[in-house]
Design a protein around this ligand. Structure first.
Ligand code: ATP
Ligand code: MG
Length: 638
């Protein structure tokens, strides 16, 4: 117990009791002040109420002085105790006095002292207020909100938050994707203070409330979460879900935070967990091993791989750039096709590493090779793609070549090439269920070589997609910091067809702007919004996003009383009127001021849900299965 809390718990009660006894007998002193008989009589009448009223006033003063303090609940209990003593005293005194009088044969109640009863009532009311503070904490002091109108007169709309009962029905805790916690943060005792990860006092009911989980029972199954930087995205979405999801799992884990924390738990559940980490190049898989299997044509798959290697963006480049990029893409397609289809590369060497080795030969040698491919390849597709380069002028070829080399640059790092050209596991392992993958590329690598993560995710996703739903279990792709990958068309394919094919996406962004940047403008963003089963917003810092949320939550009708006064020489008049106004359910600035452990979740066809977030380190059930992590220094330090 901190000193602060100890003081708040003891001082109010002590002062109230001291006041109570100190003011005892005040009526005699008070009546002594009176100069005439009437005043003396009056003072004598109200005197008995004085100790209780004074003691209650002291209590109420304390409560208001302590409002906003972390330990205000302690003060509430303390004042409640003080009030209980006062009420008890008043009752005991009256009882003693009345029992003496009733012996004389009078009716007891007619003799009760109204002043003493009034004093006791005041003490009782103070006690009730104190109990409210003790239970609700700082939210007991919150000012009321405007009067919301429902029914016939709700002309501007009657938007509402989803009730917790409906939330439970929509997100039962049997689901695998952790969405949040079932409690209203804005009605919690700590709603008035900010959420601090380090101070448990600011957590309130968070961590002790039941989980809200999504079981994929409605919509496409995909989820999108938005939260600002440092807005508890990893701690409240990725980690809880990585602990709870029991099917195949692929996590883009940009700072290698999640894997070490959940790996033990998942292995104990019988899952084979692979961490794709550039520091450990023995863990790689062959990103071309799925090409042309399960009925898909090899050529299309090869073009897809080439587009992942080349980071494409939705911005319109100039025509000249466009030509060189398109030609570089074709060159790359031709070389991948050559490795996979021409028949002169052994199955073990059919990898992206080999493609890069072929590409990075000196320019004249490469041209020679291309001519050779054109003449000898067994594949018509390869021949057709190579044909353009055979007679290209050396200057133009140089430009194309430079572009292709630049885009595949990351394949020349042995450890990155190893990740997509290894044989530690196959994409079949993932598609068959039982294997989990953590893609641990740090943010710097992700920023500098987005192609690497794109190829990994693209290959894994296509390996499942090509099976056309013939998979053992659903696979969840949980993509933290997904905007770093840039525009990836396979994600859009997975979005639209994922449900049928056993693919579930969980994408985490920092803001709507970041999503627009990657997927291009409003239209693309709204396509994502309309196809996600649920979208969560938390820790919003961006006014545009706040505006969107406020608009999407809808409007309510509020009734406002207005009084107008007019004064003229002939006299003054006062008129009272009631007006109905439109007010959004939540204003943009209120969205930005929400506690960072609070979120708003939208689902199609339901009311917006305002609830808590499942930050793992607040929950005992999760801390029990998470391994000691690098953040523990905070606790050691504290
Ligand atoms: N075990 C823990 N105990 C207390 N605080 C923690 C713990 N783990 C993480 N935090 C706090 O959580 C906060 C951010 O968590 P998180 O990594 O989820 O944010 P994020 O939104 O993923 O951030 P980023 O945008 O950097 O990825 C940090 O302030 C960190 O101090
Ligand atoms: Mg994070």
């Amino acid at each position: 117990m901190t000193a602060n809390r100890l003081l708040l718990a003891t001082v109010p009660a002590t002062l109230m009791v001291v006041t109570l006894f100190g003011a005892n007998g005040a009526e005699q002193r008070l009546t002594a002040l009176a100069t005439n008989g009437d005043v003396r009589l009056m003072l004598g009448r109200i005197g008995p109420a004085l100790p209780y009223v004074l003691s209650g006033t002291v209590g109420v003063f304390f409560l208001f002085a302590a409002a906003g303090a972390v330990h205000v609940k302690a003060a509430g209990w303390s004042v409640a105790t003080g009030s209980a003593v006062a009420v008890f005293m008043a009752a005991a005194r009256e009882a003693i006095r009345l029992s003496a009088l009733s012996a004389a044969g009078h009716s007891v109640l007619s003799l009760a002292d109204p002043a003493a009863m009034f004093g006791a009532l005041m003490a009782l009311l103070t006690g009730f207020f104190a109990l409210r503070v003790a239970v609700k904490g700082n939210s007991a002091f919150l000012r009321g909100s405007p009067l919301r109108i429902r029914g016939k007169r709700a002309v501007h709309g009657e938007a509402e938050w989803m009730s917790m009962r409906d939330a439970q029905r929509l997100f039962p805790d049997t689901g695998g994707i952790v969405v949040g916690e079932r409690y209203r943060v804005d009605r919690d005792s700590v709603s008035a203070m900010a959420f601090r990860a380090q101070s448990k006092e600011s957590w309130g009911a968070g961590g002790r409330s039941p989980l809200l989980c999504f079981d994929g029972s409605f919509g496409s199954g995909h989820g999108i979460a938005f939260a600002g930087s440092g807005g508890f995205k990893t701690t409240s979405v990725t980690i809880p879900t990585a602990l709870k999801w029991d099917g195949g799992l692929v996590v883009l884990d940009p700072s290698l935070e999640v894997a070490p924390m959940v790996i033990e738990h998942r292995r104990k559940a019988g899952r084979n967990v692979v961490v794709l980490d550039p520091a450990n190049s023995a863990t790689g898989f062959n990103a071309l091993d799925w090409i042309g299997r399960f009925g898909a044509t090899k050529e299309e798959d090869i073009v897809a791989v080439a587009t992942w290697v080349m980071t494409d963006n939705r911005r319109q480049p100039s025509a000249r750039d466009d030509f060189f990029r398109a030609s570089a893409l074709q060159l790359l397609t031709a070389l991948i096709a050559d490795v996979c289809l021409s028949g002169h590369t052994g199955p073990r060497d059919q990898t992206l590493r080999q493609v890069r080795i072929n590409l990075s030969e000196p320019e004249p040698k490469l041209r020679e090779r291309l001519t050779q491919i054109h003449q000898q390849s067994a594949s018509g597709f390869v021949k057709e793609n190579v044909a353009v380069f055979v007679n290209m002028t050396p200057e133009t070829f140089s430009g194309v070549y430079a572009n292709a080399v630049k885009e595949t640059h990351w394949l020349s790092y042995p450890n990155y090439a190893a990740l997509v050209s290894g044989d530690a596991f196959t994409t079949d392992d993932l598609a068959n269920g039982g294997t989990d993958l953590f893609i641990a590329l740090d943010l710097k690598v992700l920023g500098a070589h987005p192609g690497l993560a794109r190829v990994i995710i693209g290959a894994l996703m296509n390996a499942i997609y090509n099976r056309k739903g013939n998979v053992a279990s659903k696979t969840l792709f949980m993509l933290d910091e997904v905007a770093r990958l840039g525009y990836l068309s396979i994600l859009e394919t997975a979005r639209d067809a994922g449900r049928k094919y056993g693919l579930t996406l969980m994408m985490i962004f920092q803001s709507i702007g970041q999503m627009r940047e990657a997927y291009g403008g409003r239209d693309a963003t709204s396509k994502w919004f309309e196809s996600a089963s649920w979208i969560s917003f938390a820790a919003i810092n961006d006014p545009d996003t706040a505006d969107y949320i406020s608009r999407r939550c809808g409007d309510t009708t509020v009734e406002v009383d207005q009084v107008s006064r007019t004064s003229q020489t002939s006299g003054s008049s006062r008129s009272r009127s009631k007006h109905l106004y439109r007010r959004p359910l939540i204003l943009p600035d209120e969205v930005m001021r929400m506690r960072s452990d609070e979120q708003i979740i939208f689902t199609a066809g339901n009311l917006p849900l305002r609830c808590g977030r499942a930050v793992w380190f607040r929950r005992d059930d999760m801390t029990a299965c998470v391994d000691r992590n690098r953040y523990h220094w905070r606790e050691d330090e504290a």
